[in-house]
Design a protein around this ligand. Structure first.
Ligand SMILES: [Zn+2]
Length: 116
């Protein structure tokens, strides 16, 4: 697995999605411990917490989305959201920057991994 540069919003969103599934799976696993109320409660609680965490993450994405800048990707020509000074296209992972002076080092690293 190489360090592929990908869109921040997408990354957070998939993280939240994983949390939801993890929560459901943990809660489901709890059902196998019905003989032990303590373990079952523990699993249920953990699963519940994971789902709460994902809700918070989704809320956070909503907050972050207000700070993103919409740009048209030069590579795939679709409208994408850029968060921060450097970010990648949501569709093709083309690295994008809001700041011309940043086009040097911070970018090269991720870019090199991707291409070579
Ligand atoms: Zn693109």
């Amino acid at each position: 697995m190489g360090a592929k540069y990908s869109n921040k919003i997408n990354k957070i969103r998939s993280f939240a999605l994983i949390l939801v599934f993890a929560g459901i799976i943990i809660m489901y696993l709890g059902l196998f411990f019905q003989t032990s109320p303590l373990l079952m409660t523990l699993f249920m609680l953990l699963g519940f917490l994971a789902i709460i965490a994902s809700t918070v993450t989704y809320f956070w994405i909503g907050m972050l989305s207000t700070k993103t800048v919409q740009v048209v990707c030069p590579n795939c020509e679709r409208t994408t959201k850029v968060l921060g000074r450097v970010d990648a296209c949501m569709y093709c992972d083309e690295p994008l920057t809001m700041d011309k002076s940043l086009e040097g080092k911070e970018f090269d690293e991720a870019y090199n991994h991707k291409k070579k």
